[in-house]
Design a protein around this ligand. Structure first.
Ligand code: IMP
Length: 405
């Protein structure tokens, strides 16, 4: 049995959470492989929004096992709070398991994240401020604390062994308590996933952030600190590339970005405002307004290549309703020369925009792509041409059921 992947193919916030929620019905295990509580995955069920940060987005399926893999960095207190919120609405959280290889986000990581941002001044990345970067720095520096270390010794001992110190006794106690309470969820992460792969379980791997925020291949240095692309699923879970089946990329019908860094298709005029307003484009984790722009085909093709996508899903098509013309960025030029996505951060970047006719009819009730207005279908057709992978589904509203195939 192969494991399938669903991941974001722009700058995060493509709406992966609700797609994972939908697809999870066909799987036995849903696993997160990277990132931490910088992610904000929201699912809308009966008009109620459930925001998840670190627990996989399949919580509404009682029979699905939920796994937080070794490539993640986990803030024990955030995870406990999240488990508490889920338990309060009747969700069985005993099926949430954490890899012993996952790293612990400590209070000093959060402090260091803020300090690093201050030091960067006008070059600040606009991180989510959750200590994610410093936690990954410690992992690579081989001075991090894993859940394996906590279960073997007290956190203080583990820290002492690795020459770290806490900022305050109170924080120290809080993390210790939180980590202890999570102990029943900690498993040998490699055994866990391989037992299930070998046992024929159907496994879905859930990406966090988006391909263009990947630490190696995104708009560096304006990126997150983990590998968000499909290869990150292998390293984040300790599985081989041969175990991967479908790789499904989620694209918003336009582009958004929260935080600093290149966004070549950004609209600085009323059209950008309209996208933000109609799309409710404010960060799930930080509440910051998201920068908005047209769909960027150059960036999208790059993401298809990085991930080896087999299929695509387009979200929030309904947000484009009411635009007389819908734009699509199809080329980048630097100094008169045509360039690929690597040109995204160039100060003299020029973009080529193709405009397509828009539509004004509401599409929220369409459940078949064939029922969409002709101009909306033509827009999707154009996206499919540039992606060159089949678009298997389109979301047309916030509710779980508002999907067209
Ligand atoms: P960090 O991951 O908190 O270090 O933030 C690094 C960059 O990634 C910033 O631009 C954040 O806004 C962005 N980022 C991190 N997580 C997410 C996410 O889940 N959605 C969108 N942007 C994110």
């Amino acid at each position: 049995m192969k494991a399938d992947i669903i991941l974001g193919c722009q700058w995060g916030d493509e709406g992966k959470g609700r797609i994972v929620d939908l697809y999870a019905a066909d799987y036995d295990v849903v696993a997160r492989f990277g990132g931490g509580d910088n992610a904000g995955h929201s699912i809308v069920v009966d008009s109620q929004e459930l925001a998840l940060r670190i627990v996989p987005s399949a919580v509404m399926h009682p029979d699905v096992e939920l796994f937080i893999g070794g490539g993640t960095v986990v803030n024990p207190q955030t995870l406990l709070d999240e488990l508490g919120r889920l338990a309060a609405i009747g969700i069985d959280t005993s099926r949430v398991k954490i890899s012993d290889r996952a790293h612990v986000v400590l209070p000093h990581h959060v402090t260091r994240d803020a300090a690093a941002e201050r030091e960067r001044g006008s070059g600040a990345i606009g991180t989510t401020g959750r200590g994610i970067g410093p936690a990954y720095v410690d992992r690579v520096a081989r001075s991090g604390i894993r859940f394996a270390d906590i279960s073997n010794a007290t956190l203080r001992q583990a820290q002492g062994d690795k020459g770290q110190s806490f900022d305050g006794a109170q924080d120290d106690k809080g993390v210790l308590d939180a980590a202890r309470r999570l102990a029943p969820h900690v498993v040998d992460g490699v055994e866990y996933i391989h037992e299930r792969l070998g046992g024929g379980k159907r496994i879905l791997l859930e990406g966090a952030q988006g391909a263009l925020l990947d630490v190696g291949y995104g708009t560096y240095p304006y990126v997150t600190s983990s590998h968000t692309i499909a290869g990150g699923a292998c390293t984040g879970l300790g599985i081989g590339p041969g175990t991967i089946g479908r790789v499904i990329g989620v694209f918003k019908a336009y582009c958004t970005r929260v935080g600093a860094g290149p966004l070549p298709s950004e609209l600085h005029d009323e059209r950008g405002e309209q996208l933000r307003r109609q799309g409710g484009e404010f960060g799930t984790v930080t509440g910051r307004p998201r920068r908005c722009g047209w769909f960027d085909a150059v960036a999208a093709r790059y993401a298809v290549a990085l991930n080896g996508l087999t299929n695509a899903i387009v979200t929030k098509l309904d947000v484009l309703t009411g635009f007389e013309r819908v734009g699509l960025v199809t080329s980048y030029r630097v100094g008169g020369r045509s360039v690929g996505f690597s040109g995204a951060g160039e100060p003299d970047l020029q973009i080529g925009v193709e405009e397509l006719p828009g539509w004004s009819e509401p599409i929220a009730d369409c459940r078949r792509i064939a029922d969409l207005p002709a101009t909306a279908r033509a827009y999707l057709q154009r996206l499919q041409e540039v992606l060159n992978v089949p678009i298997e589904m389109v979301s047309v509203g916030r509710e779980r059921s508002q999907l067209a195939r």
